[in-house]
Design a protein. Sequence first.
Length: 370
Amino acid sequence: METAVYPLGDVKCRKDNAVIFENTIKDNLAEGINRVENGKIEFVQNDNNKWQCRIIDPGHVNFDSTSDNILDVTAFMVGDLKFLSMMIGKENFEGGWCHISKLQSTEWQDIDYVKDDLWTLETLKHQAAEVKSKSLDGTDRRGVREEPFFDIPPERYIWPILHTLMGVGNNILDHLIDTVENDIQSLPAAQRRTKRELKDKELEVEVLQEVREYFDSDNLGSGSELKKQYRNKRNDIRKQMDSMEDNDENFGESVDYLALDMELNELNDKIAELVKERKQMTADVAKAKAAATKTRDKLKAFRVARKTDDSSLYSKIDDILSKNKIQRAAYHGGQLTGVCVKALMDNADDIMKQVAALLIEEKNANDEAS
């Protein structure tokens, strides 16, 4: 008999998404993977004295046995970032949010990054419930769309090493170009102003986000805490009013009832004002981000212009890379692909010596000219 192999979840089309996955193999696949994650493997001999193994679940008579024939199982999820984000309930957010920590890419990539709270299965499920019950959107979602599909914890989601190398390699090259622009190459005055503007706008985004985060915190006097107090007080007043309505036919003429009704209206106004304030914060953050993005695009335009200038250091560095068979891929956003990143890493010492010689020569020429 011939053996047929059927992949459990093979992606054949780039348009495959979580909806297709959920409506096809998700339930059966999740049942099996979760059994592996939560169970153990038991090795037994059949009637022919041949060994075979099976999954045993919690509660099985042999589950807590110390026998050498029973082994614990550690499950891992492996795939590219798009796949991993889909499986963990963060489909289409792989470019903006970390699938392990609760930070956006702009936050964890910052040079002063401090490790934030990491996601757990429990916190991901809680966030997914919050997103659904409160119809959260934007950054309030923290990149979470739905619950993770499996019981495998986020710290055991393994992304490809090559993707990490690509990120590191391209960042090294980007930082090299930034250093050249800041310290060696003479930049146009308009570009220097734009760089300063971008720093100011990015700082404004950071400040506005911090203000909103404080509003959402449980700190005493925060908007979120005040709203909670107002709602609790409003519920108490409603209970008092309900009791009056049940026990007094003339409740509408009662001074106490009218006072409670007035206080209830005031609380509703305060809650509405806090909701309005919170929405305005989100609008302010979005506006500041849009302004920063516009300035960032303007800054990119300067670099694009230098790509066509054969005399620029950008082009000269690219010439060195090209001689070492390292090409920026136009289809890859002008970044290096995996093959080119590996070539850069393998020949880093020699390539960087060539770049250093170029930069020293350029700096000496600038010093003589000045």
